[in-house]
Design a protein around this ligand. Sequence first.
Ligand code: 6GU
Length: 264
Amino acid sequence: MKIDVVSIFPEYLAGLQLSLIGKAVDQGLLHMNVHDLRDFTFDRHNTVDDSPYGGGAGMVMKAEPWALALEHILGGESLGTTVDEQTVTGNSVDAESDAAVKPILIVPSPAGPVFNQRIAEELSGAEHLIFACGRYEGIDQRVIDWSADHFDLRPMSIGDYVLNGGEVASMVMIEAVSRLIPGVIGNPESLTEESHEDGLLEYPIYTKPSSWRDREVPEILLSGNHGAIARWRRDRRLERTAEVRPDLLAELPSLDKHDRAVVE
Ligand code: 6GU
């Protein structure tokens, strides 16, 4: 997968070179490029913002630097990307077709639909993601509208609160997406029993010692009875989800009799 990020604070994204994502880049599983929006300005002060038409507080990011930055990224697009190379974008186009697929342009914004694990899974199948990190009050709407002709445009929020810019939100989404790319996480089994993977929160976990400051590990986990352990873990997931995220339970496909007895 190729990921491009455009920001006026490219140093923000340096953290992505650490840990698992940095390793995925080193291994060639992920190609990441961070671009400085100011490199696409030509005045003495590298101006990227101006006051809003119609008045109001704050500043608006100018359209032209964004268009030039995005065109620069498109210029590096390999020709002949085919639909069947981009597997999970939801496009139902004939797999034989070699019509080029538009790169996905994610515009972090508290005004977008809320990012979640389903969207992370969908995006993890894409060939090329671009994150346009806005600052100030946002980006001139005309370059957003223009971009829809060239990109699969995805405004995206990471939750119902306000950040100062799209950088941290982009890092959140990049981490959630890239860890789902095959090979990025060493043991793929660790992806299967996580919170949000199947709509339930995860079960509590323990390691040695079995007794710590008079607190014992639940006895069943020491029993070696794998069936009973699996049932216990599912019960704890159901309990925890019912307690802290009843909204998630409501979205699950119907529970069986045992599951229902646990959450009621
Ligand atoms: Cl994606 N951007 C900003 N600036 N604030 C946010 C957000 C994104 N998601 C929640 N709040």
